[in-house]
Design a protein. Structure first.
Length: 476
């Protein structure tokens, strides 16, 4: 792990810096050990000031190794899988690196004054897990998921005509009695699973809901007319998919213009992108959070779709490469049924389809690319209004009577190149380190992409390295 610091100048989901091994306040670093074990793993680097990122020499590394090992064994339960070894910075300074692997026996607890507490990572911070997160960790530790659990409802009291009708319409096959068991809808003793309750005609789960609002303007801030339209839908998951998409479609205006020999139609929000985001929200939301629901908020310039539950693997989506996100499913049984009806794919290609739906829309511009943000508790997708006219007269997605001849060039760009261009358009002074954190790629990759963009005439660097900025060359 040589040249460690150039790659890890920023704390993030998988990295935490500590100035020293605190002997009297061990909770300050032991809670990160628990959080890493409860998530995807990570490392604690002792000997780096967490504010200045300067190297601070450790006085007794051998003693620190013995103390850390003893504390983990005595106070963290079950004991996580970890590696503890010295390493060196690029300047030769010695640090102590504690690598903790993501564990299977969650939750991992920290014992403090006879109490057991558990923690998770939320971006670059370590926070105490609340009740919904704790329940999810317990299920993970027993190799179960919420959608597989037996509900309190008897199957004989419910019908599935909506599911059966849509299944036949999508596949040309009928659901047999045995399919209800093999699909994970009904248990062997005749109860509905949580999945079964969600797909039943009259879904008994009160938090299977969507709140939809068309706001007046660009925010929820009070005005003379706060909302132009609002609806609340409840019911089974397939009905919610139709109702949610229907509400957006109601407010999804379509414009058109003529070219020399054709007519071009352009929606505010590409329907394919909306469909993929709605399916994602319904399949991957955390149904264990009672009293929660999916929110659809339509503004003049965008639509935001938010669902309870962050990324199931614990890595915030804004730190990941959207071209290569590994599919991890919070509700695999629900996902399997939706896949059987061709409403989603098993390969985890939803993000790519969302991006492609926007990239291949008429008059695509990089600033109209969707954006995604997640915390430990929520996931938010934002689709830009491709026909929105800005207050300064600019147009997000230019409509000038003819198709931009440079679109073909921009479509050839990779998602990584497009994301970097998007960040530069929002913040011309953005640094390589900031791009590394936002996009979740290494410095060498970001540097390589920037060089290609400069070589091909998409961006230019203006000014010195430290106080200069990027400029997008208007060819896309």
């Amino acid at each position: 792990m040589s040249a460690l610091l150039p790659r890890l100048r920023l704390e993030h989901t998988e990295c935490d810096f500590k100035r020293e091994v605190e002997r009297t306040k061990t909770k300050n670093w032991l809670k990160s050990v628990c959080a890493f074990a409860n998530g995807i793993g990570g490392m604690l680097i002792f000997g780096i000031d967490d504010k200045t990122r300067e190297h601070v020499p450790l006085k007794d590394i051998q003693g620190d190794i013995e103390f850390i090992t003893s504390c983990i064994k005595d106070r963290v339960s079950p004991i996580p899988d970890f590696i503890l070894a010295p390493d060196f910075t690029e300047n030769g300074g010695e640090v102590l690196v504690l690598k903790v692997r993501g564990g299977l026996n969650t939750p991992y607890y920290l014992t403090e004054n006879s109490n057991r507490i558990t923690f998770i990572r939320a971006g670059s911070s370590t926070v105490q897990a609340d009740t919904p997160i704790l329940h999810e960790l317990i299920l993970k530790g027993t190799n179960r998921t919420w959608d597989t659990l037996k509900s309190e409802y008897m199957a004989k009291d419910f019908s599935f005509t909506f599911l059966e009708s849509m299944y036949y319409n999508k596949t040309g096959s009928r659901i047999s009695e045995s399919d209800f068991h093999s699909f994970g809808i009904i248990t062997k003793d005749g109860f509905l699973t949580n999945t079964g309750a969600l797909f039943a005609d009259f879904c008994p789960l009160r938090h299977s809901r969507i709140f939809c609002t068309r706001w007046n303007g660009l925010s929820k801030a009070p005005s003379n007319i706060d909302a132009l339209d609002d609806k609340e839908y409840s019911g089974n998951i397939l009905q919610l998919l139709g109702e949610g998409e229907g509400f957006i479609k109601l407010h999804n205006q379509k414009i058109w213009y003529k070219t020399a020999n054709s007519r071009v139609e352009k929606e505010n929000f590409p329907e394919r992108a909306i469909h993929e985001i709605m399916v994602n929200a319904l399949v991957h939301r955390d149904y264990g959070v009672l009293g929660s629901e999916i929110h659809i908020d339509i503004f003049d310039d965008r639509v935001e779709i938010q669902n309870p539950g962050g990324m199931y693997d614990g890595i915030p989506v804004q730190f990941q490469n959207l071209e290569n996100i590994v599919s991890t499913r919070r509700n695999p049984v629900i996902a399997d049924i939706m896949s059987r009806m061709n409403l989603m794919e098993r390969r985890g290609s939803g993000f790519r389809k969302i991006m492609d739906a926007v990239k291949f829309a008429p008059d695509f511009k990089v600033e109209t690319l969707p954006s995604f943000h997640s915390t430990a508790y929520t996931f938010t997708a934002e689709i830009k209004n491709m026909n929105y006219i800005k207050a300064d007269g600019g147009l997000s997605g230019s409509i000038n009577g003819s198709i931009n001849d440079s679109i073909n060039d921009s479509i050839k760009l990779s998602d990584t190149e497009l994301r970097i261009l998007s960040e530069i358009s929002k913040q011309p002074s953005v640094t390589i380190l900031e791009l590394m954190e936002i996009i979740g790629l290494s410095g060498s990759t970001v540097n390589r992409v920037l060089k290609n963009l400069q070589k091909n005439g998409y961006v230019a660097r203006v000014g010195a390295k430290k106080n200069g900025h990027w400029e997008i060359i208007e060819k896309i």
